[in-house]
Design a protein around this ligand. Structure first.
Ligand code: HEC
Length: 305
């Protein structure tokens, strides 16, 4: 089989150095991106490590209540009586109005129950002698704003598509991966990038989509790692890996006339698609001849009784 391009291993060394330098720098960047995700989103639920909850809190927000309510039901529970806590929460639910703050006696509760610790000398604790400080704890956490999502979305789409442009371009000179798999590996990051951005917006609307964020992120990571590792191995370690090492099977795979897994999967998909129409016709037919009369009969026997 002749190739229409120069395989990675046959490029001049300066070009290999350029490619490798780029790939390694991007890989380090990827690593820092992961660390950053761990520190920003990873801490969203208060626990270290990334979880579905973190993603929900980051994009959808924590809508189980305002920060003040959560604390009053949590670590601040012991600091006020049942009635007092109820009064504060009612005030929060009613919009945490300034006038009601005095009139409903909320200020008095806060002053007697909370200010002992939450005052201006308390260092890191919020100072509840200031109304605005208290007020800031009475708004619902709705996660990422649409403004911030728009900003991050376009930065990601522009920036990351460039990274995958060059990673994909370098990888396209690989010779040990079949054309089909190369197409998948090169196209996958773009698909996942769009799914990833879309899933942020969907998670903002409904927390159910948080898993999609994780799925898309992993898809991107896997295809990136695959392209990077294959490219670097082909450039510098072709002989030990692909001729004498674990990658040696590639020549047989490439030159064999047997259908590859991708080919077979494609055939299966086509066969399934072809059988959908007769299967649907069969289902409709069964429903009309057996299902419907059965239900009609049941209904008739119920109404007769
Ligand atoms: C005995 C001292 C003490 C009293 C009294 C007290 N708090 Fe706290 N509060 C703390 C400490 C310590 C923290 C930080 C640890 C934590 O979050 O549990 C805190 C944290 C908070 C936070 C979260 C602050 C943040 O930035 O996340 C809120 C909200 C809060 N308290 C509300 C109240 C309210 C409302 C009252 C009155 C009913 C109250 N606290 C009474 C000691 C106190």
């Amino acid at each position: 089989m002749t190739t229409k391009y120069t395989p990675l291993k046959d490029h001049d060394t300066p070009l290999k150095v350029l490619f490798t330098g780029y790939l390694c720098t991007v890989a380090i960047g990827y690593l820092f991106a992961l660390i950053q995700i761990l520190f920003t989103h990873g801490m969203a639920d208060g626990k270290f490590g990334l979880s579905v909850d973190d993603i929900v809190y980051s994009y959808y927000g924590n809508r189980s209540g305002t920060a003040l309510e959560v604390k009053l039901n949590g670590s601040m529970k012991e600091n006020a009586s049942e009635q007092e806590r109820f009064a504060i929460m009612k005030w929060v639910r009613d919009g945490a109005d300034v006038d009601d703050y005095k009139d409903d006696g909320i200020q008095k509760i806060i002053e007697t129950r909370c200010v002992a610790c939450h005052n201006k000398d308390s260092g890191s604790l919020p100072d509840f002698t200031k109304f605005e400080v208290l007020k800031s704890y009475t708004t619902q956490d709705e996660g990422a704003t649409f403004a911030s999502l728009t900003r991050v979305s376009h930065i990601h789409l522009f920036g990351i598509s460039f990274i995958f442009m060059f990673v994909g371009l370098i990888f396209s000179f690989a010779e040990t991966t079949s054309t089909q798999y190369k197409c998948i590996a090169i196209g996958m990051p773009y698909t996942f990038l769009v799914i990833d951005i879309l899933s942020w917006w969907l998670t903002k609307i409904h927390p159910m989509f948080a898993w999609l964020v994780i799925f898309a992120g992993m898809g991107m990571g896997i295809s990136f790692a695959f392209m990077l590792v294959t490219s670097i191995l082909e450039m510098w370690l072709f002989k030990p890996v692909f001729i004498n090492g674990f990658g040696a099977g590639y020549l047989q795979r490439r030159d064999s006339t047997d259908a590859s897994i991708a080919d077979r999967a494609w055939e299966v998909m086509k066969a399934v698609a072809r059988s959908i129409k007769p299967a649907a016709a069969f289902a409709v037919d069964m429903w009309l001849t057996h299902g419907l009369p059965l239900i009609k009969g049941l209904l008739a026997s119920i109404t007769k009784k």
